[in-house]
Ligand binder design. Structure first.
Ligand SMILES: Nc1ncnc2c1ncn2[C@@H]1O[C@H](COP(=O)(O)OP(=O)(O)OP(=O)(O)O)[C@@H](O)[C@H]1O
Length: 244
């Protein structure tokens, strides 16, 4: 077991009297890539928003490794749509990401521009968002989030609006980025194959807003393991198909 990046103990959250998270215990280690799978409405986005500090828990605790003196560390968030500022170029959008950081001093221009170059976007720096493909825009959004050196990179179905070929490319790209930067990632997805291919661990959210199962994946095995895929799909009552 590595150093803890974040831990939720007994996390509960309701909206207008309806329970969405009802006793979540989840620890994410530094450098780990965790995929959260679950049916629509099971509370995946709510869990991610709690980790991002966009929602607070009604009960239970959210504990960060305390090196930041108890302050909330930087978290980077990417949603299904890239949400780039249309009036800013790619480079300006990346710089703008600094404003989303709890600790702005962790953003350095050189580091951010270095990420753009290293991860294949240097030819796009002067373009505006409407001059980017969907896949390019998502890459920019992910680099923008990574550039603030987040403790956690939180991804909410970042590839679900893209066509299958682009999704495959982006998965490989993300795997490389996460491994090279040693970044800690929590990815919400409906796609079992995506989770198997990318994650070190898969966490299932059940309809009751609890952790309904966990799979630790051996590195390099996940994507090629039909038994595990079948086990997860069976858990959802699926015989075939990859969306849960
Ligand atoms: N701000 C809110 N106010 C009221 N209800 C909310 C709010 N946010 C989420 N909910 C409700 O909480 C439940 C869980 O929503 P959430 O978006 O977390 O699920 P999800 O698993 O991410 O779903 P999906 O896969 O469809 O995106 C849903 O019933 C949703 O309507």
């Amino acid at each position: 077991m590595g150093t803890r990046a974040v831990r939720i103990v007994g996390g509960r959250k309701s909206f207008r009297g309806t329970s969405v998270l009802s006793g979540i215990d989840l620890t994410v280690d530094d450098g780990e890539f965790v995929a959260v799978l679950g049916r629509s409405g099971s509370g995946k986005t709510t869990l991610l928003r709690v980790l991002a500090g966009l929602e607070t828990l009604d009960a239970g605790s959210l504990e960060w490794r305390d090196e930041s003196g108890g302050e909330r560390p930087n978290t980077g968030v990417v949603f299904q749509r890239a949400l780039l500022m249309p009036w800013l170029t790619v480079e300006e959008n990346i710089r703008f990401g600094r404003r989303f950081a709890a600790h702005r001093s962790s953003f350095e221009n050189d580091h951010a521009l270095g990420l753009l170059r290293r991860f294949g976007l240097d030819g796009l720096t002067g373009r505006y968002p409407d001059q980017l493909s969907g896949g390019q825009a998502q890459r920019v959004a992910i680099i923008r989030a990574a550039a603030i050196r987040p403790r956690l990179l939180l991804l909410d179905e970042p590839f679900s609006a893209l066509d299958p070929a682009v999704r495959g490319e982006l998965r490989n790209w993300l795997a490389e980025l996460a491994a090279e930067l040693g970044i800690t990632v929590v990815l919400v997805t409906h796609d079992v194959d995506e989770a198997l291919e990318l994650a070190d661990r898969i966490v299932l959210l059940s309809a009751a807003g609890r952790i309904g199962g966990e799979w630790q994946l051996d590195s390099g095995l996940g994507g090629a393991d039909p038994d595990r895929r079948a086990e997860i799909l069976t858990h959802f009552g699926h015989q075939v198909g990859q969306q849960v």
